[in-house]
Design a protein around this ligand. Structure first.
Ligand code: GAP
Length: 450
């Protein structure tokens, strides 16, 4: 793990996210649930915007990818076929001294709780056990009887819901290979060493797409998706120098993968570059496993070539929470403001991601300004998320919006009643323009598209 040139802003972000209503610890009043988080009013907008952008680019703008929303609970055989029952395990070691639990294969990323300058096992007092394998799937029971026959799992990835529906979607939509199926949904993993805020959690959302292709054409599709997905992250405003590919070498490849690249983002500090998305060539592993375990043929019939085959799959799998964190880290900055003692904190989110697109302020509470501002805010709300704020100095109101990433602030002043114009101030450049009140909606809309 190499330290990043970018500062570690995680503690500041955790505090901002709680203070401003982005992200709260789950069940906080009971002391919290380990590595499970709730999205507050601004966080839910931010994550919804991210998911919407993914859905638009992967499903709506393409005619070769269909959408799906499969159930979280699946037939238990699914997870035998996928290899998760036998192989979705991490090696776990316990420390008999501090009672800490660590992933044996990631000891270098962990810190000894008693001596944080050392990794577990390096401190004289450490007494690590031999590694034992630990399955990451959450088990539960279907129906009233808690016996092994009714054991089911919370899905650890959304992908399997796509594989088992491959023919349903292909036939109902009359799709021809190559085509893809995309879905967004919750996944659950009983991670041994979760942490770093919403980076690694036990309940999270994935945005996954499986692209079914004819064997032999797989690597060309793989290369195209690899490039497309990197371009998507850049289109969200993630800085190019904070993004890089990481190729999985033979020993690192998952059991299903013929080739794999991660897209890594530099989270700053000691966390540094970490995976936010995986692009995998899964071959026909999944379809052939499901075919074998279900006893149902999952072959595709190519009418033109008059042949049947099991397609290969190129998968793109990105974490909605982890990419939300990347956008927050990427956008967070502290700036000095000329002529002011106090600087400003800015969340430089891409306007398409920003939870609030515009904030409307009356400059004063006189001359009908609040009424005009309320009317304008109500009109803007019909098109995008808009805030109205009439409290505190105008400078304070700007700071409040900068800190949550609002790209545009619109002020009604004493002239507005006469000329029907307002001042729009842009978050990053601080530039101010005076525009007609009835053009604000269109003006903002043009600027919040990714
Ligand atoms: N279907 C393939 C698959 O699930 P993965 O690399 O295990 O691949 C894909 O996960 C993405 O899901 C990761 O790149 C990451 O963004 C997200 N992810 C995985 N585990 C996570 C966790 N515990 N917390 C948050 N996000 C996670």
């Amino acid at each position: 793990m190499s330290a990043s040139a970018h500062p570690d802003v995680m503690d500041k972000l955790v505090s901002l996210c709680k203070r401003r209503g982005f992200i709260f610890q789950s069940s906080e009043i009971y002391g919290g649930t380990g590595s499970v988080w709730d999205y507050g009013p601004l966080g839910v907008e931010l994550k919804r915007n991210l998911k919407e952008l993914w859905w638009t680019s992967m499903v709506r703008l393409r005619d070769d990818v269909e959408g799906l929303d499969a159930a979280i609970l699946m037939h238990p055989k699914t997870w035998e076929a996928s290899g998760h029952v036998a192989g979705f395990t991490d090696p776990l070691v316990d420390c008999k001294t501090c009672k800490g639990r660590f992933r044996a294969d990631k000891l270098e990323d962990a810190r000894c709780p008693q001596k944080p300058s050392k990794v577990p096992g390096q401190h004289d007092a450490c007494q690590l056990t031999e590694p034992r394998m630990f399955n990451l799937m959450f088990k539960t029971f279907m129906g009233p009887v808690e016996e092994s026959a009714s054991t089911i799992y919370l899905r650890p990835e959304t992908a399997q819901g796509i594989f088992v529906n491959f023919l349903n979607v292909q036939q109902s939509c009359r799709q021809k290979v190559p085509f893809g199926i995309a879905q967004i949904g919750k996944a659950f993993r009983n991670e041994i060493t979760p942490g770093n805020f919403i980076f690694r959690t036990r309940e999270f959302e994935q945005m996954e797409m499986q692209f079914f292709v004819e064997p032999g054409t797989d690597m060309e599709h793989f290369e195209r998706w690899k490039a497309d997905r990197m371009a998507w992250h850049q289109s969200l405003g993630l800085a190019a120098d904070r993004l890089r590919y990481h190729q999985h070498e033979a020993g690192e490849l998952a059991h299903y993968a013929r080739a794999a690249f991660d897209i890594n983002f530099d989270f700053g500090g000691t966390l540094g570059f970490q995976e936010i998305e995986g692009i995998h060539n899964r071959g026909d592993f999944d379809l052939s496993q499901h075919q074998q375990f279900s006893g149902k043929k999952l072959e595709y019939f190519d009418q033109q070539a008059n042949k049947r085959y099991l397609p290969y799959v190129i998968e793109t799998s990105v974490g909605a929470d982890r990419t939300t964190l990347a956008a927050l880290v990427n956008g967070y900055r502290e700036e000095a403001v000329a002529g002011e003692d106090e600087g400003r904190v800015v969340l430089g989110l891409h306007p398409a991601l920003a939870p609030i697109k515009a904030a409307v302020f009356p400059l004063t509470k006189k001359d009908g300004q609040p009424e005009m501002a309320t009317r304008l805010a109500d009109e803007l709300r019909r098109a995008f998320h808009t805030d109205y704020d009439a409290t505190g100095s105008i400078g304070k109101r700007y700071r409040r919006q900068d800190e949550v990433g609002t790209p545009f602030c619109v002020t009604i002043d004493s002239e507005s009643a006469n000329d029907q114009r307002v001042t729009v101030r842009e978050r990053d450049s601080l530039a101010q323009v005076r525009i007609a009140m009835d053009q604000v909606r269109g003006w903002v809309q043009e600027r919040i598209i990714a």
